[in-house]
Design a protein around this ligand. Structure first.
Ligand code: HEM
Length: 284
């Protein structure tokens, strides 16, 4: 609980950044983490190794060391990953820090999924991926077009899984409130807030390639006689596809100000909320 509160507090700091790395003179003898460092309170003793090592003199400040954000040395994707991992529960992922509050935040091994619930989850997930993929195709902001045809697209795969369920005799539900709400939200931010949109893009595709696959395996074992759905198959080498997208995300975010980066990181919580609402359908 404490860590969750602290992350929320740090998000407040993210929202109103009071320092600009290039403009603020930092005192090298001050505590390791700047007072306004986004994760200062949670991180004082727990900085990941890579962040500790990356405490280096930056080119722009010559002899003045600039304190880095967790993951910053590796690129912005690592910063997004750092924030996302903290928002897991320990039961979900070992780097998680959040307290279990919702049923889907427990260990997947303890889940009691239902086929009807899983179908609702697949239908709502398809709506979300349809939305993400059409936003990227339309590319209201030119940076979105970097993310066309990454090989991570899930919309067609989900269409074929849903068709398979239909062929098995299941009635296919219409999209439900969690999926509709999330799709509407994605459309809205994609029009005027590219940093927020990119945060959702990253979290949705990368979550699916990590925890999502584990969920797919466990649910298939319990409900589908181990039938592996297309949702969990990629054409090509998944780790290479993910790396290509990481490279593009790092490149796109290079031109963002620190405030824009912080705004993107801050959006992670919303991504977890919406995706959590959709995941919970599996248990309904
Ligand atoms: C039951 C739910 C979930 C489980 C069991 C789960 C589990 C995991 C696990 C095991 C990892 C890999 C950690 C590692 O690299 O060592 C991971 C990574 C990740 N998860 Fe989740 N997760 C869940 C939900 C979510 C949600 C709702 C989001 C956000 C929408 C999310 C976002 C991410 C991201 C961004 C990564 C990093 C992926 C990467 O570095 O490639 N996860 N998750």
């Amino acid at each position: 609980m404490a860590s969750l509160t602290l992350i929320s507090q740090s998000h407040t700091l993210l929202r109103k950044p009071s320092f600009s790395p290039s403009a603020t003179p930092l005192n090298p003898s001050s505590s390791f983490i700047p007072r306004v460092f986004p994760f200062s309170k949670t991180q004082s003793f727990k900085l990941p190794r890579m962040a500790t090592k990356s405490y280096v003199v930056s080119a722009s400040t010559a002899e003045m060391p600039r304190k880095r954000y967790p993951g910053e040395a590796k690129g912005f994707v690592e910063e997004m990953r750092f924030v996302a991992m903290k928002l897991h529960t320990k039961e979900q992922a070992k780097e998680g820090e959040k307290e279990v509050k919702q049923p889907e935040e427990r260990s997947v091994r303890q889940w009691e999924p239902t086929v009807d619930g899983y179908l609702k989850f697949l239908v709502d997930s398809k709506l979300v991926y349809d939305t993400l993929e059409s936003i990227v195709d339309k590319a209201t902001f030119p940076i979105y077009s970097e993310f066309k045809n990454t090989g991570l697209e899930r919309s067609e795969k989900l269409a074929s899984d849903i068709k398979w369920f239909k062929e098995q005799g299941y009635a296919i539900p219409g999209p439900s409130s969690p999926g509709v709400t999330y799709a509407d939200y994605l459309k809205e931010i994609s029009e005027n807030d590219p940093q927020a949109f990119i945060c959702h893009f990253y979290n949705t595709y990368f979550a699916h390639s990590a925890g999502g696959r584990m969920i797919g395996r466990k649910v298939a074992e319990k409900l589908l006689n181990k039938e592996e759905l297309e949702f969990y198959k990629w054409d090509g080498d998944l780790s290479q596809l993910l790396q290509n997208v990481r490279d593009k995300l790092n490149k796109v975010s290079e031109s963002w100000t620190r405030e824009e980066k912080n705004h993107c990181l801050e959006e992670t919580e919303k991504s977890f909320e919406h995706s959590g609402d959709i995941l919970r359908l599996i248990l309904s």
